[in-house]
Design a protein around this ligand. Structure first.
Ligand SMILES: [Zn+2]
Length: 139
C-alpha cells in the first residue's frame, strides 16, 4: 500500500472496477464482492457520500449519490458519481479533513463513473465522464 497514483486515469483501479465499458464497471461496483462501502461520510436521504474500495485491487472510490424528489412524477431523479481517489484522499475524506462537497474538484484529469436517472427516463444511463464535477445536495 501507499503507492502514489498520478493524475493519469489509467493508473486507477483494475480491469473490473475501472473497466472500459461503463456497464461492466457498474456491474462490478454493484456486486457484493465487487466494491464495498468502507466508510459512510454523509447519509442523508437525498445526499449520500461514502468511501468505497474495490475487493480485487483495493482501489478507493468516493461515491456521491444525489436524489431529487419529483413532486409531479412519481419517480425521483437519481444521480450517482463514483470517482477513483488516492488512499491519502480517502483518509482525508474519512477524517473530515476533506469536505464531501470538495470531492468534485478531485475529478480534474480523472475519469468518473456517472449514472444519470432523470425522473422521465425508464432506466439510468451509465457512462464514463471526466473532469471536475459539481457536488450538490438533493432535496
Ligand atoms: Zn479494482
Amino acid at each position: 500500500m501507499g503507492s502514489q497514483y498520478g493524475s493519469d486515469h489509467a493508473g486507477f483501479g483494475c480491469a473490473a472496477c475501472c473497466a472500459e465499458d461503463a456497464l461492466v464497471a457498474q456491474a462490478h461496483h454493484q456486486s457484493h464482492n465487487g466494491v464495498r462501502v468502507e466508510r459512510m461520510i454523509q447519509d442523508d436521504s437525498h445526499f449520500i457520500v461514502s468511501v468505497q474500495r474495490c475487493g480485487l485491487c483495493s482501489q478507493a472510490f468516493a461515491s456521491v449519490f444525489t436524489e431529487y424528489v419529483d413532486w409531479v412524477a412519481s419517480q425521483d431523479a437519481q444521480y450517482r458519481t463514483v470517482l477513483p481517489i488516492t488512499d491519502a484522499e480517502a483518509d482525508d475524506l474519512m477524517a473530515g479533513r476533506l469536505s464531501p462537497h470538495r470531492v468534485g474538484a478531485l475529478g480534474h484529469g480523472r475519469r468518473h463513473l456517472q449514472s444519470d436517472w432523470p425522473s422521465e427516463a425508464d432506466k439510468p444511463s451509465v457512462y464514463w465522464d471526466s473532469g471536475v464535477f459539481e457536488v450538490r445536495e438533493g432535496y
